[in-house]
Write a protein that binds this ligand. Structure first.
Ligand SMILES: Nc1ncnc2c1ncn2[C@@H]1O[C@H](COP(=O)(O)OP(=O)(O)OP(=O)(O)O)[C@@H](O)[C@H]1O
Ligand SMILES: [Mg+2]
Length: 158
């Protein structure tokens, strides 16, 4: 079975992430969505909330599993029989970062990196922008799955 991982902080998951995950699910037999916990980022949503939202947002895809991940990504891949890392590319900045990560991961392991270009429809979306717009009561419903729009609205009320 060909397994891949889509890692990220997903704080929160957006249509940009889901586009990459859905496309990866057509290429691989199983895709693990790895929700990162050892991020240097100070996340808005807890790990449990990020996993929960991702699970709901991907429930229509049969070959996706959502897992909380920590530690070195290539070690996780080796321990779980995952041969490929799939990442999305939005702009030149993503490319520079992902190229360096891909080369480092290739030096440390046999895990391959697949970089998928973003769909033009979602290329401008980042979780950071979604959080910033939601914080000042802007409408983010177009950019995120329903469950995320609801949770962000609840947070703003509370
Ligand atoms: N709109 C998008 N289109 C394609 N890929 C995306 C998009 N947004 C994020 N990704 C990809 O998803 C993966 C996980 O990214 P991450 O969790 O950092 O999301 P992010 O939107 O960049 O969040 P943040 O703004 O908090 O950094 C990365 O490979 C990233 O390039
Ligand atoms: Mg990012």
């Amino acid at each position: 079975m060909r397994k891949a991982i889509c890692p990220g902080s997903f704080d929160p998951v957006t249509h940009g992430h889901l586009d990459i995950i859905e496309r990866a699910s057509k290429i691989f037999d199983e895709v693990v969505v790895g929700v990162g916990t050892n991020t240097s980022k100070n996340t808005l949503f807890s790990t449990e909330e990020r996993v929960d939202m991702m699970t709901l947002a991907t429930s229509h895809l049969p070959n996706i599993v959502v897992r909380q991940i920590s530690g070195l990504l290539v070690t996780y891949c080796e321990e779980h029989g995952i041969g490929s890392i799939v990442k999305g590319l939005r702009f030149a900045g993503d490319f520079e970062y992902e190229l360096q990560m891909a080369q480092m991961n290739a030096r440390m392991s046999d895990v391959e990196t697949i970089l998928l270009p973003t769909s033009s429809e979602w290329s401008f979306i980042s979780s950071t922008l979604v959080r910033e717009i939601a914080k000042v009561d802007g409408d983010i419903s177009e950019f995120v799955p329903e469950v995320v729009a609801q949770r962000l609205a609840e947070r703003n009320k509370g």
